[in-house]
Design a protein around this ligand. Structure first.
Ligand code: SF4
Ligand code: SF4
Length: 279
């Protein structure tokens, strides 16, 4: 079972929820798809046992063979090629590695080379297998890293797989929830928080995924995210009350469920609820 945890922005409590749910399951994987800023491993401190490089294919031009016909330039939908000064230039940052230019070149001037864009680290922490995707600084798209992560997760075959998605609702988030059986949206109690919730809610609805919301930093009083859920008949899975203790434990890299029975119960019951929803 794959459970994706999303939020409209960073700092909402997405990783806190993901880490604690994975910890509370008996046989689980924690998958950090926030490849630009992965931090879930800081909580688990896993014993690293495998690192895999992630490569993509990039066009490589033999300028001697190129006859300047520009067929490749016209083909590329991403404007990643330009023919200027009798040379074909490749803008690797915007190339999507579709391989099309290699196919359309009439003289075979374009071949493909591997480009290293990041890596995957796999480690163990108690009953949890920890998968971390890391995108090299300056790389434009983390999608190949997430695809690579999911391939590795499949091999492990754990009962519960918790996917800690990147924040927001861009294509990298779509890739992270693609195979999810259920989506948890983590929301903060503010107007901005409700706006972010609406953003990810629309995305998950578009993908026709079953979903529920966890209201984080909850306190009595007006909660715009809760109002949004009620107005849209969205299932509220649970509330994590605002507490200084949670803030401190979390900021020091502690797993709440490992620290206190009360938190263990909270996340175990949340997980139970979610598993029932999926079944
Ligand atoms: S591989 Fe695709 S995206 Fe990249 S330069 Fe060639 S046609 Fe453009
Ligand atoms: S299609 Fe081939 S020959 Fe034509 S410009 Fe591109 S690389 Fe050069």
């Amino acid at each position: 079972m794959k459970i994706a945890v999303l939020s409209g922005k960073g700092g909402t409590g997405k990783t806190l929820v993901s880490v604690n749910l994975a910890y509370s399951a008996e046989n689980s994987s924690y998958i950090d798809c926030d490849v630009e800023e992965p931090n879930g491993f800081l909580y688990f401190k896993p014993k690293k046992n495998k690192t895999k490089k992630i490569n993509v294919k990039m066009p490589f031009v033999d300028q001697e063979k190129c006859i300047g016909c520009r067929k490749c330039v016209n083909f590329c939908n991403f404007n990643a090629l330009a023919y200027t000064g009798k040379r074909l230039l490749v803008f690797e940052d915007i190339c999507h590695s579709c391989g099309g230019c290699t196919l359309v070149c009439p003289v075979g001037a374009i071949s493909e080379k591997d480009k290293d864009i990041g890596k995957i680290e796999i480690g163990e922490s108690g009953n949890v297998s920890v998968f971390t995707g890391i995108l090299n600084i300056g790389e434009a798209s983390g999608i190949p890293v997430i695809k690579g992560l999911m391939r590795e997760v499949e091999k492990e075959n754990k009962d519960i797989n918790i996917i800690d998605c990147p924040p927001g609702s861009a294509c990298i988030v779509m890739e992270s929830i693609n195979d999810a059986d259920y989506c948890i949206l983590v929301a903060e109690p503010s107007i901005f928080g409700a706006h972010n919730l609406e953003m990810v809610y629309e995305l998950v609805t578009l993908f026709k995924k079953p979903l529920g919301v966890i209201l984080n930093k909850y306190s009595e009083g007006i909660n715009p995210s809760e109002i949004f859920c009620n107005e849209n008949n969205i299932n509220i899975l649970g509330k994590i009350y605002y507490s200084e203790e949670i803030g401190n434990l979390n900021s020091e890299g502690n797993i709440l469920a490992a620290e206190k029975e009360e938190y263990k119960k909270l996340f175990s019951s949340l997980l139970e609820k979610i598993v029932k929803e999926v079944e």
